[in-house]
Design a protein around this ligand. Structure first.
Ligand SMILES: [Zn+2]
Length: 175
C-alpha cells in the first residue's frame, strides 16, 4: 500500500519513518505515533497541484524569509536599491532577475529586501540592484537565471521546509 507519506521536523522521527515505514506495513500507525510524539510541523512531500502548488507555497515562505533575514531584530532594514529604511512588514522581497527565471527564483542573493516603490513602480530598479549586488555577482546571477531548471517533488519539498524552518528561527530572534 502506498499513501502520501508525511515526514516530520524531528530528525529521529524522520529517520524512523524514512527507514522502514515508507514502504512498510503500517504507515498509519507510525503516522499517528509520530504526530503525537513530535507535535510539530507535518512535512508533506507531495502536493496536489504539483509544481504549480509548490511554487506558490515556496514563494510565500521564501519571500518571508528574505524579509526577515534582511532586517534587524526590531524588524528594520533598508531597501537594497534606494536605501530607504523600512520595516519587513511593509517591504517587498525584490528579485534582481525576475521570478519567471526558475534558476534564480529562490536564489538568496537574487532576492532582497526592497521598498514597494522600487519594486513595483521602478520594476525592481534593476540597475541600482546590480550596483548593490556588485556587477560581477549581477552577471553571475543573470547567467544562472537563464539555466533551465526543473525540480522533483522531493526537491520542492526540501526548499519549502528549509525556509519554513528558517522563518521560525528568525521570528524567534525578533523583538
Ligand atoms: Zn527603494
Amino acid at each position: 500500500m502506498f499513501i502520501e507519506v508525511d515526514y516530520y521536523i524531528n530528525k529521529a522521527a524522520y529517520d524512523t519513518v524514512n527507514d522502514t515505514s515508507y514502504c512498510g506495513l503500517q504507515p498509519y500507525k507510525l503516522y499517528t505515533t509520530l504526530t503525537i510524539k513530535t507535535n510539530n510541523m507535518i512535512k508533506r512531500r507531495k502536493l496536489k497541484g504539483g509544481a504549480r502548488a509548490w511554487t506558490k507555497r515556496i514563494d510565500l515562505v521564501f519571500q518571508k524569509w528574505v524579509k526577515l533575514n534582511d532586517t534587524n531584530k526590531e524588524g528594520y532594514g533598508t531597501c537594497c536599491t534606494c536605501s530607504k529604511p523600512l520595516h519587513y512588514k511593509e517591504a517587498n522581497a525584490g528579485h534582481y532577475q525576475p521570478r519567471q527565471f526558475r534558476g534564480t527564483r529562490w536564489h538568496e542573493e537574487n532576492v532582497r529586501l526592497q521598498c514597494i516603490y522600487c519594486n513595483q513602480w521602478l520594476a525592481g530598479a534593476q540597475y541600482a540592484f546590480a550596483k548593490f549586488l556588485g556587477f560581477k555577482k549581477a552577471d553571475e546571477l543573470e547567467e544562472l537565471s537563464r539555466v533551465k531548471v526543473t525540480f522533483t517533488d522531493e526537491e520542492y519539498a526540501d526548499i519549502y521546509y528549509k525556509y519554513k524552518e528558517l522563518i521560525l528561527e528568525l521570528e524567534a530572534t525578533k523583538v
